[in-house]
Design a protein around this ligand. Structure first.
Ligand code: 1CP
Length: 357
């Protein structure tokens, strides 16, 4: 891998996970889990209550680094993911963001082009530098063999929260605005691409080894809108990050992309694709595996259930996808009711899939 001159990294092979981006199929595959830090861990809940609000936790580098490290200490994952949130970006752009305990994020919704025009990148770097400080601490405190993942939300997914003001099952408010006023919507996409570049650039300069772009709501758009609001802004974001940091791998996670996934990979230029729970292993094997690095895709609810059924499915996933460069993960984030002991069990099962001979 080529490394940017500003990075004082160890050679990538000390971090096993990075070898998959050199085209190696590792056995057992490297493993980390989306939302591996979070409410299912008692030590997370304790740190969070010390921090005050959720954003106070994201903006406290010592505490954010601490909760990033908690699952690494417990489970020895091959990668840590920076503790922050995709909604740090709207907050940095001047939109009011808060988190209601038990209910999720609340933003003052952007009603029209005027509200979008009032947002500003000026001052955002102050917020992003606090997040970069967390990354810097992590690079010092993490074991040398643990890769550090930086991340942001994809412009489309972040926009759905900015326009809707909260999470929703159909993203109707954002989809409607995109039809009603595509020009204003495009302006928001362009602003989010620029802000996400600044957010990710700060993370890479501070020591992130690779990046993931979360497009959690990519699945709600028809094909022409998918091209315009998922593929195009992600392609712009990836192109600018590749220009600045050609050696830093980027994982795209277009949740719900289904049939669009292979085209998403080809047209955005990502180095890896996160596959969601619903994506059939046969489709992944036929259209993605061996062409790009594949990540996924155990059902988070099977991790809650645990037991023989989980073991069987893990072996099936690794058996099918582990023959090519592959990272084991869930198909979406860990849910709060997950028993921590099941996560330990899962990691043991994945590591036990090592092919001998
Ligand atoms: O009460 C709490 O402690 C808040 C729960 C929580 C956590 C642990 C939120 C609020 N964000 C996070 C951290 C987080 N969010 C990480 C940290 C690293 C890790 O994975 O361990 C990451 C990568 C995210 C990304 C994120 N935030 C996404 C994309 C991934 C996904 O789950 O689809 C999204 C959509 C968000 C918005 C968000 N932030 C928090 C919540 C509960 C949500 C989702 C709201 C919804 O369901 O619409």
């Amino acid at each position: 891998m080529t490394h940017g001159t500003e990075l004082k990294r160890r050679p990538s092979r000390t971090r096993r996970l990075l070898s998959v981006f050199d085209g190696e199929a590792l056995s057992p595959p490297p493993v980390w889990l989306m939302r591996q830090a979070g409410r299912y861990l008692p030590e997370y809940r304790a740190t969070r209550s010390k921090a005050g609000g959720f954003l106070d936790l994201c903006y406290n580098p010592a505490l954010a680094a601490e909760v990033t490290l908690q699952p690494i200490r417990r489970y020895g994952f091959d990668a840590a993911i920076l503790f922050s949130d995709i909604l740090v970006v709207p907050d940095a752009l001047g939109q009011k963001v808060s988190f209601v305990e038990g209910e999720g994020p609340r933003l003052s919704p952007l009603a029209d082009g005027k509200a979008i025009a009032a947002l500003s990148l000026e001052g955002a770097n102050r917020t992003f530098s606090v997040i970069a400080e967390t990354v810097q601490r992590l690079r010092q405190d993490l074991p040398a063999e643990t890769a550090l993942i930086g991340f942001c939300g994809a412009p489309w997914t972040v926009a759905t929260y900015m326009i809707g003001g909260q999470g929703s099952s159909d993203q109707a408010t954002a989809r409607s605005m995109a039809y009603r006023d595509p020009q204003a919507f495009q302006a928001l996409m362009d602003l989010l691409v620029a802000a996400s570049v600044a957010y990710l650039d700060g993370q890479v300069r501070a020591g992130a080894d690779l990046l993931q772009i979360f497009d959690s709501w990519a699945g709600s758009l028809p094909e022409d809108e998918f091209d315009r609001w998922v593929i195009a802004p992600t392609r712009d974001l990836v192109a600018e990050m590749k220009r600045r940091h050609p050696g830093v791998p980027i994982i795209g996670f277009p949740r719900g992309a289904g049939e669009h996934a292979a085209r998403f990979v080809r047209e955005t230029g990502v180095d890896a694709v996160g596959c969601d729970t619903a994506m059939p292993l046969g489709q992944i094997r036929a259209t993605l595996s061996g062409r790009t690095v594949v990540q996924g895709n155990l059902d988070p609810l099977l991790l809650v259930a645990g037991g023989a059924r989980m073991k069987e499915r893990v072996r099936q996933i690794v058996g099918k996808l582990g023959v090519n460069p592959f990272i084991f993960n869930l198909g979406h984030g860990i849910v709060p009711q997950t028993p921590p002991a099941h996560v330990a069990e899962l990691v043991a099962i994945v590591r036990d899939t090592k092919q001998t001979g």
